[in-house]
Design a protein around this ligand. Structure first.
Ligand code: ADP
Ligand code: MG
Length: 251
């Protein structure tokens, strides 16, 4: 019997909405709540998980696993912060692999898998949805992003997958964006996190770090921790004197 805990897909629809950012920070924040996990870069044609985390040398990749050259355990790389990832190859020669066998390989892992999705709804994305146990949908609070997210949700529903919720990312709280309840009305899925637009995310990215470690009191970090607590069944209380901590940590 497989001992794999579960596969949580981080999907969107539209590209560039923050899937990889959510995958990285959710992975780190879940570890803080004691949930071991590994992020797998399933964005084969535009792999950038390893780039965002600053890995320079990637000797073995997911493509080697899928081609049967190596065991999946040999492809795990460990980031200085302790994050565990399975990178995809950056070479354009390695995009034509068949991901249909991915679940069989993932079954050899004992921890939870966070699957960082490609955008769109091509066949490979449908295959990826099919092999997940649960899907988290990331979207920005704007119409184009929501309509694409809705298509992904519909495909997941048809495949009888659990969509655990929507993460609204890059929330600015201005009058041009959709509210959580509008998004919930359209998608019929609860918004379970609202990650603010936060320049610390780009700074953390530049430094190849999850923002929750780079600036633990940044508004986005607090929201990632809140989301991880929710998904791991913990109660989350923001640290006391948040405002003060934020002011001092930004100096
Ligand atoms: P995707 O994986 O969906 O293509 P990424 O996670 O790579 O998207 O994010 C795209 C860009 O947006 C990155 O440069 C990232 O740093 C930036 N970004 C993501 N979320 C936020 C946010 N909440 N605030 C500011 N910048 C963000
Ligand atoms: Mg990405």
């Amino acid at each position: 019997m497989s001992s794999l805990e579960k596969i949580l897909g981080i999907a969107s629809g539209k590209g560039g909405v923050g899937k990889t950012t959510v995958a990285i920070n959710l992975s780190a924040a879940m570890k803080e709540f004691g949930k071991n996990n590994v992020i797998v870069d399933a964005d084969i044609s535009n792999a950038n998980l390893s780039v965002q985390l600053g890995f320079q040398y990637i000797p073995v990749t997911l493509q080697d696993v899928l081609s049967g050259n190596i065991n999946i355990l040999q492809a795990i790389r460990i980031h200085p912060t302790g994050l565990r990832i399975i990178p995809a190859s950056l070479s354009i020669d390695n995009v034509n692999v068949d991901i249909a066998s991915l679940r069989t390989h993932l079954e050899q892992l004992t921890e939870m898998v966070i699957l960082d999705f490609p955008p769109g709804l091509r066949d490979d994305v449908r295959t990826l949805i099919g092999l997940c146990d649960e899907i988290l949908v990331v979207t920005n609070p704007e119409l184009t992003s929501i309509t694409d997210a809705l298509k992904t949700i519909e495909v997941a529903r048809k495949m009888k997958k659990i969509v655990v919720g929507i993460v609204l990312n890059r929330v600015r709280k201005d009058k041009y964006e959709l509210t959580s309840s509008e998004v919930e009305d359209v998608c019929e899925i609860p918004v379970i996190a609202r990650i603010p637009e936060d320049k610390n995310i780009r700074k953390a990215n530049f430094n190849h770090m999850p923002v929750i470690y780079y600036k633990p009191y940044a508004p986005s970090s607090i929201e990632f921790l809140r989301l991880a607590a929710l998904l791991t069944g913990h109660r989350f209380k923001p640290p006391p004197f948040m405002r003060l901590r934020q002011i001092f940590s930004f100096m």
